[in-house]
Design a binder for this molecule. Structure first.
Ligand code: NZQ
Ligand code: ZN
Length: 381
């Protein structure tokens, strides 16, 4: 195990009816800007619960943070927040609303343009305090310090780091209204978050391996049940916990991490508009195939412990595990090939060009540059 420092300050508030706790969790003297997406919270009653809980607070609302939050939209929220002199932010929504609000929380305290903060690539820790009410389990943004911000004008999408939410409220009932596609993408995103922190080397940490495998096994078990009944409270609670625990640092202590599948996925979203979790379902089988030599031992461990693959030669077990992973994504109702989404050679060429121009070397061994990203994408054409 490698040396590490671990600290996650987010207070997790989980369960039915817990949105009412907003009344006491946010100090009464704060002026709160509440941020929202496109309006799903008005249809499922979450907006009414939030407003009722904050009836004693001074609030300002900002609507319209879109999926893959755009800096062009977030700049407007920053201007409103400055004008209204808000000193607390509450994000109500999925990863996009929470991520966008993280950038707002940093940009409120500076004159620098929000996009400059993103491309500077340095964590911003001077921020307005932020909390979240989560409505979509997927990104882990409710309990991490990351955000992913898009710039529509130039079709770019980059990670940005700031502070953790002070607290996050997770009510599984908030997920009952999710469209099936978002549930599928949320499960796929969670599954791949775990793989990015797990599918590297064997023998580094038994504890991290088994925590990660526990989340993977949970997802494989609950996914078909959720497809049958998305209104089962305990199933959705397990889904929420899997997503939060999958990307809040708990399974990353002292182990290698990869993230190349995410980096390629972000380009597919930026260039073609594919939903985040869906891009990962397409790219991950390609990553496993191209990096089968360096990741082989861990792929075999995963095949055995998560999918029960124990028969055959080394190569056969690796092949079968990759097949099971792709079949899992397809069982969610997602396509797993670029051609099925009309993504062609021009996009592969542009991703190779961007990675080469940026001089990137993603993955635990730094093996994923432009030409390797091309190979990965060619595998899943
Ligand atoms: O905007 P509204 O109307 O609220 O609708 C949203 C949106 O259209 C809808 N939705 C959310 N909760 C709902 C609901 N509809 C009905 N009922 C509910 N309870 O779902 C749509 C998608 O929402 P979005 O927030 O975009 O999804 P997600 O949570 O998957 O977030 C995706 C973004 O997070 C980034 C992705 O790159 C992408 O930009 N990520 C953030 C990470 C992080 N902060 O650590 C890590 C991830 O790897 C990921 O990259
Ligand atoms: Zn993700």
């Amino acid at each position: 195990m490698k040396n590490f420092v671990f600290q996650n300050p987010t207070k997790l508030i989980m369960g039915k009816g817990m949105i009412s706790r907003l009344a006491t969790e946010i100090p009464a003297d704060k002026k709160v800007m509440i941020t929202f997406g496109g309006g799903s919270v008005k249809k499922n009653g979450i907006y009414d619960q939030v407003k009722a809980a904050l009836s004693g607070h001074k609030t300002v609302e900002f609507w319209g943070i879109e999926p893959n939050p755009a800096v062009e939209t977030l700049r407007k929220a920053v201007a409103l927040g400055k004008e209204e002199k808000v000193d607390f932010l509450l994000a109500v929504g999925g990863g996009s609303v929470i991520d966008g609000t993280k950038l707002i929380s940093a940009a409120l305290l500076t004159d620098q343009d929000a996009w400059e903060l993103v491309v500077a690539g340095k964590p911003v820790t001077k921020t307005v305090p932020l909390a979240a009410v989560l409505t979509l389990p997927a990104t882990g943004s409710e309990m991490n310090s990351g955000a992913v911000i898009s710039r529509y004008e130039t079709k770019e999408k980059y990670a940005f780091y700031s502070n953790y939410p002070v607290f996050s409220i997770l009510d599984p009932e908030a997920t009952f209204s999710l469209p099936a596609k978002q549930v599928a993408c949320g499960i796929s995103d969670t599954f791949v978050h775990v793989l990015e922190q797990y599918l590297t080397k064997t023998g580094v940490s038994r504890v991290m391996d088994r925590w990660a495998e526990g989340i993977l096994q949970t997802l494989v078990e609950i996914a078909p049940k959720i497809r049958e009944n998305q209104h089962d409270y305990d199933l959705m609670a397990d889904f929420m916990m899997s997503a939060t625990m999958g990307l809040n640092g708990f399974i990353a202590m002292g182990v290698d991490q990869d993230w190349c599948t995410h980096m390629i996925g972000h380009e597919l979203t930026a260039l073609c508009g594919l939903t985040h979790g869906h891009t990962l379902a397409i790219v991950m089988p390609g990553t496993m195939t191209v990096l089968r030599e360096t990741k082989g031992d861990k792929i075999i461990q995963m095949g055995e412990r998560v999918f029960g693959v124990t028969e055959g030669s080394r190569d056969e077990r690796i092949d079968e595990t990759i097949r099971r992973v792709e079949a899992f994504f397809r069982s969610l109702g997602l396509t797993t090939r670029l051609s099925e989404e009309g993504v062609g050679e021009d996009v592969i060429a542009e991703i190779e060009r961007r990675f080469t121009e940026r001089g990137v070397h993603f993955g635990e061994d730094g093996l994923v540059d432009g030409p390797t990203a091309r190979k990965i994408l060619e595998c899943v054409k």
